[in-house]
Design a protein around this ligand. Sequence first.
Ligand code: SF4
Length: 259
Amino acid sequence: AEPKTNASIVPIATTIAAAEAVEKVEPEDYERLAKELENASPLEIIDRALEKFGNDIAIAFRVFSLDTGRLNPETYQFFDTVEKQYGIRIEYMFPDAVEVQALVRSKGLFSFYEDGHQECCRVRKVRPLRRALKGLRAWITGQRKDQSPGTRSEIPVVQVDPVFEGMDGGIGSLVKWNPVANVEGQDIWNFLRAMNVPVNSLHSQGYVSIGCEPCTRPVLPGQHEREGRWWWEDAKAKECGLHKGNIKEGNTAQLNGNG
Ligand code: SF4
């Protein structure tokens, strides 16, 4: 079955290292801007991001992805296709080898099935992402409201990142753009086809939201895409910590300690 929604752009977080002269980040300014852009198209939103973060943005435009070491072979193949098609090198962020060794030696390779995915995600995803974002003032994600009714239904098109620090240090120093927040999965697919954008071949095997190999499975027609992720855990809190600011009180317990 053809996948309804696209997650192939999600593993690639496009990041912007902004121009030198950037005004101080004020959360209220971005709440106002998010309201103003609520009905804007993704391209208009990106235009505002580029405009706001200065003239140097074109030369500083970077693409990074987290390589947890546990991705499907198809995902690595997809990265390679993207690099070749666009003539870029993706900046892979790897987990700290000492931390991975300690985790695997003490708990084995599949501890997440027994005591939850948070510890492994923290080592393999959250800390490497934190390192990447420390070098930036703004980042762009592929999050969409329709990906997860439980955790993503209220994401704004732009916000001050509630979880991660930017290069100036401290929570509040990083701006997070979610330009496709209001776009539906089907419209993303139409755009990808029209623009001949490469996609992960797992999508044609029933995978919708794609993460690490042991924690991702295809979904059946009619099942929601997040049901293919961490299916052995509570359905409402399926965030790996990368976007844990989305998790509201009442279902935070599962992510406590996620660093
Ligand atoms: Fe580990 Fe699974 Fe999280 Fe990947 S998704 S980092 S394998 S727990």
